[in-house]
Design a protein around this ligand. Sequence first.
Ligand SMILES: C[S@@+](CC[C@H](N)C(=O)[O-])C[C@H]1O[C@@H](n2cnc3c(N)ncnc32)[C@H](O)[C@@H]1O
Length: 505
Amino acid sequence: MNAVLSWFATNGGKIDSASVGFTEFDGAGRGAVALRDIPEGHVLFKIPRSLILSTTTSALPRRVGLEQWRARGMHRGWAGLILCVMWETANGAASRWAPYLESLPSTFDTPMFWSEEDLEELRGTSVVEKLGKADAEKDFSEKVLPLVQSRPDIFPPETIPSFYTLEVYHIMGSRILSRSFDVERDEEEGEADVGNTSSGSAMDVDEPHAPEQEDGEGSSEDGEAEDEDEDDSIVVSMVPLADMLNARYECENAKLFYEKDSLGMMSTKPIKTGEQIWNTYGDLPNAELLRRYGHVDLVPLNESTDASTSDPSANPSALGNPGDVVEIRADLVLSVLDLPPQSEAKTKERIDWWLEQGGDDVLILDSDHTIPPALISLIRLLQLDDADWAKTVEKDKPPKPKLDAESMGVVIRVLERRLGEYPTTVDTDIALLLQTTNTELSLNKKHALAVRIGEKRILERTLEDARARVVAAAVAASSGNGKKRKAGEELEAERNTRTKTQRKR
Ligand SMILES: C[S@@+](CC[C@H](N)C(=O)[O-])C[C@H]1O[C@@H](n2cnc3c(N)ncnc32)[C@H](O)[C@@H]1O
């Protein structure tokens, strides 16, 4: 840390060292701590733009030649930035970022590096299919290695076995995934236009991006389909010191802000002496935290729980991540509907139309346990008869998310089938957590348990609520209530009451 701090100061970085210290936190690596009471709005440290490491500040793209760089597709996805970090590392002490790069971790707890046996523990969660290992390896073998091998003047052949291997590519990718920020392009350096490395990333592209404020961090080497409309004003960047702050669900008390020639880490709340200085990674679900950062958040799930209880095995049902979600793929909905094979073409037409309308192919359940309106709308769309489908297309609007008895039946079957994708039940998982002492279970297995339990809890509660509503509607329908209503109408009436109550809250 000392080497990084003196490099930082020598190169124009400013740190309020009376207020901020860096120390090791148990199970979380390095982090920042308040050395005195810090008021809100206080600048903790400032990073000059010249210390930011990206494809616009590394000399590599220009050494390769911007035309070559683009021709080889290095301006798209993550390959370009990863290669810059590899090259800067290979340059050793000659790199502008040498002490910083030397201080970065080379081992990670992210599933990218897990054994097959450990990955099996994540079956049913969305983590494994999002790892992007195969895409990263394709980028390495099709883009990065051919470029490296074609330019011995820049990448001396004897350095390839140590600095330009697939293993190093994954390590550098993981450093970027767990530490990078979206930084707005400096207008002057924008002239260089080496392209945007963030295209197709799984990083915070979904976060609203305030123009004067840096928001969250995280990036990915697992480029998805590349988007022609990529935002050229954002450059994925390594920001020394700013990336040494840890994060925890709703604990953020500092954030990175744009200033003219620098980025400033500023307190967003008063911070007491001795408290950790937390950034935010966007209060992600545990599945995403694990995939990108290699840790999970376990916080008390309700106010009555003792906040000091951070050991999940002490009271596993009281801790979790309130930001957890469950992803339900649209094809699971299709499999539940079990539509006749002759309607395959019609179904495809409807799905394509749904996607064109901006509908998602993954539906998200979150911890408020309500049934996602998009799920109801999709179920109804897939069940329309031909005449109603034609009317829907004419109106150019997907069906309203009206939860009638038939749709509710499908929803329940979807939730049951989704729950069945995990090999174990939530009770088995909690029993496992209770039976095993901390030393018996590896960190990977503990993390996988936390992800699984969080997701299954959401599914089970949503399912319980849905079943209870069916029963309530059936009881109301059979009791007549003055005039006899159909169970479906009861469900609808009950849904409206719930929505109003929720709005009031
Ligand atoms: C941006 S870096 C933060 C600095 C890092 N601790 C270090 O030693 O350089 C992100 C990494 O810090 C660790 N981390 C951050 N917040 C954490 C938390 N709440 N619990 C455990 N580890 C955490 C994870 O390893 C994550 O990949």
